[in-house]
Write a protein that binds this ligand. Structure first.
Ligand code: GLN
Length: 531
C-alpha cells in the first residue's frame, strides 16, 4: 500500500518547504523506495503559466509539458526523477474540474459544496498519483501557510485522507520558523506552538516538526515544544540555514528523519545509499576559489527566483568543472545606452535566458552582439536563441529591421514568427509549445561535440519560432543550424562557426540539469569560460 507524507508550513512563507520535501524524498529514495512528489498550490490560477515571474518566480516545465511551480524544479534536481502533470495541482485546477463535473451533470442535482465535492476532487488527485506513479511513498507539499483561507480545503482533505487510510499510512511534517529575538537573545517557540494548535483545530496532529532557525534548538527548547505539541523530542528536526541547499538532506539524515518516517510507516529499514550525494557535497565544498564570472542578462533580475533553474544549471556545471561560479545579474533595460565594455569588464561568459514581451529586448540584442564580436562564450536560451538570430540578421546579414513578431509585427523581416499552429489560439494559458520535443543534432557541430549523441529530447515553452525563410541567408553568413526537430522542421539549436563558444537553443536545457549530472550545454559554457 502506498504511504503518504504531507508537508505543511507554519508561521511564515518562504521557509524552504520545497527543499524540505525534496530532501525527505531524496532520503527515502536513497533507502531504496520508489518515491513520487506532488505540490498543491492554494491559488485560483489553473497553473502558474499565466502569472508574472515577479509574482511567482520561474515557471518550471515538466517533460509532459505541465507549467508548474518552481518547487518542482527542486524536486527533480534532488530526486532525479521526471515528474509530470499530476505533480502540480492548484486550487484553480481543482475548481475547474469541479465546475466541469457540475456542468456535465455529474452531481445528479446535488448542491455542490467545498465538502465533499471540492475535497473529493483534491483527494482524487492525490490518490490518482499513487496509481499512476506506482510509488511506494508519495511526498505532497502543501503551498501557503497553515491558517490561510485559501488552503483550508486542502488541509481538510488531508484530514480526511488520514481518517480513511489511518495513521500508519500517513505522516505529517510541519515546517515552521523558530525566530531569534535580539535583545532577549532567545529562540522563540510560541509561533510554532500556535501554528500547531491551528493544525489541530482542523483535526491534524503533525508527526514531525522541521524547525527552521539560525541555530540548533537546545534540548530544553525541544522538550518544551514536545510537551506543547505532543511530538516526541527526536521528531523535532533542526533545519539550520546552510550555504548550500544540497547539504540539507545530509543534515536531516544525521537527525534520523528517514528512520523516523520508516518506523512510523512500519516498512523495512533498507540500507541507505547516499554515495553520489556525498560525492556532490564534497565537490561543492572543494571548488576552486577563483570564481568564473557569468552574466545573466534578463529583465526580471531583481527577482532571481525568476531564473532559478538557469542559475542552478550554471552552478551544476561549475561543480562538474570544480569551479566556483559567481553570477552577475544584469538588467537588460537601458543596457543599449550603456558602454558594454564597462558592463562586462570582468565577465567570462554571458547567458541570455528565456523571456516574454518587448521590455529590455534591445539591451539583450546589443549584449549578444558584444559577446559575438568579442569572442565571449555565449549561451542563449529560448528567447535568447530568437534574439541571437535577430542580432545576426541585423548586424551581419544586413537586415536592419529584423525582428520578432512578438515585438513588432510590422517589420518586413520577421526572423522570428508566430508558429503556424499558434495563429488560431485565443487562450493564453497552457497553449504554448510545451514540454519534450525531439531534436536531431547535425554531425561535426559544437552541439554534437557537447551532447555526444544524435538524438535528444528537451523541454520547451514558447509560442514563436525561427522563420525558415531566413535559414539559408543566415547559413551563408556562418550560422550553423545544428539541431532541428525533424517532424515540424523547427529550428532547435543554432551556433556560430567563427567564435570559440556561441550556441543557443529554442528549448530550456536548464530544466534537465542535475547537481550530480550537469547539462552538456552549461558544461560546455563553463569549460569555454575556463579557457
Ligand atoms: N517569448 C518567446 C516565445 O514565446 C520566448 C519564450 C521563452 O523564452 N520561454 O516564443
Amino acid at each position: 500500500m502506498t504511504k503518504y507524507v504531507f508537508v505543511t508550513g507554519g508561521v511564515v512563507s518562504g521557509l524552504g518547504k520545497g527543499i524540505t520535501s525534496a530532501s525527505i524524498a531524496l532520503l527515502l529514495k536513497a533507502r531504496g523506495y520508489k518515491v513520487f512528489m506532488q505540490k498543491f498550490d492554494p491559488y485560483i490560477n489553473v497553473d502558474p503559466g499565466t502569472m508574472s515571474p515577479y509574482q511567482h518566480g520561474e515557471v518550471f516545465v515538466t517533460a509532459d509539458g505541465a507549467e508548474t511551480d518552481l518547487d518542482l524544479g527542486h524536486y527533480e534536481r534532488f530526486i532525479d526523477e521526471e515528474l509530470n502533470y499530476s505533480s502540480s495541482v492548484s486550487m484553480g485546477k481543482i475548481y475547474a474540474r469541479v465546475l466541469d463535473n457540475e456542468r456535465r451533470g455529474d452531481y445528479l442535482g446535488g448542491t455542490v459544496q467545498i465538502v465533499p465535492h471540492v475535497t473529493n476532487e483534491i483527494k482524487k488527485s492525490i490518490y490518482e498519483s499513487s496509481y499512476s506513479s506506482h510509488a511506494d511513498i508519495i511526498i505532497t507539499e502543501i503551498g501557503g501557510t497553515v491558517g490561510d483561507i485559501e488552503g483550508a480545503a486542502i488541509l481538510e482533505s488531508l484530514r480526511q485522507i488520514r481518517y480513511e487510510l489511518g495513521i500508519k499510512n500517513t505522516l505529517f511534517v510541519h515546517t515552521t520558523l523558530i525566530p531569534f529575538l535580539f535583545g532577549s537573545n532567545e529562540l522563540k517557540t510560541k509561533p510554532t506552538q500556535q501554528s500547531i494548535i491551528e493544525l489541530r483545530r482542523i483535526g491534524i496532529q503533525p508527526d514531525i516538526i522541521v524547525a527552521r532557525a539560525n541555530n540548533c534548538l537546545s534540548d530544553e527548547l525541544k522538550s518544551k515544544l514536545s510537551l506543547f505539541s505532543s511530538i516526541a523530542k527526536e521528531n523535532i528536526i533542526d533545519a539550520i540555514d546552510t550555504n548550500n541547499i544540497y547539504q540539507i538532506p545530509i543534515n536531516f539524515h544525521k537527525q534520523k528523519i528517514d528512520e523516523i518516517i520508516i518506523d512510523h510507516f512500519g516498512i523495512a529499514k533498507k540500507r541507505i545509499n547516499l554515495k553520489n550525494w556525498h560525492k556532490l557535497i564534497n565537490k561543492v565544498e572543494n571548488l576552486n576559489e577563483k570564481a568564473i564570472e557569468i552574466a545573466i542578462v534578463g529583465k526580471y533580475t531583481s527577482l532571481q527566483d525568476a531564473y532559478l533553474s538557469v542559475a542552478e544549471a550554471i552552478k551544476h556545471a561549475g561543480y562538474e568543472e570544480s569551479k566556483n561560479i559567481n553570477i552577475n545579474w544584469i538588467d537588460s533595460e537601458n543596457l543599449e545606452k550603456k558602454d558594454l565594455k564597462k558592463v562586462f569588464k570582468n565577465i567570462d561568459g554571458i547567458v541570455i535566458p528565456g523571456g516574454f514581451g518587448s521590455r529590455g529586448i534591445e539591451g539583450k540584442i546589443k549584449t549578444i552582439q558584444y559577446a559575438r564580436e568579442n569572442n565571449i562564450p555565449f549561451l542563449g536560451l529560448c528567447l535568447g536563441m530568437q534574439l541571437a538570430t535577430i542580432e545576426f540578421a541585423r548586424h551581419v546579414c544586413g537586415l536592419k529591421d529584423a525582428n520578432s513578431c512578438e515585438f513588432d509585427d510590422s517589420s518586413a523581416n520577421l526572423i522570428i514568427d508566430i508558429m503556424e499552429e499558434q495563429k488560431s489560439i485565443i487562450n493564453l494559458g497552457g497553449t504554448m509549445r510545451l514540454g519534450n520535443y525531439d531534436c536531431e543534432i547535425k554531425n561535426n557541430t559544437l552541439a554534437h561535440k557537447l551532447y555526444k549523441k544524435r538524438n535528444i529530447k528537451e523541454r520547451h515553452r514558447h509560442r514563436y519560432e525561427f522563420n525558415d525563410k531566413y535559414r539559408s541567408l543566415l547559413e551563408k553568413h556562418g550560422i550553423v543550424f545544428s539541431g532541428i526537430n525533424k517532424i515540424s522542421n523547427l529550428v532547435e539549436i543554432i551556433e556560430y562557426k567563427n567564435h570559440p563558444f556561441f550556441i543557443a537553443c529554442q528549448f530550456h536545457p536548464e530544466f534537465k540539469s542535475r547537481p550530480i549530472r550537469s547539462h552538456p550545454l552549461f558544461k560546455g559554457l563553463i569549460r569555454a569560460c575556463k579557457k
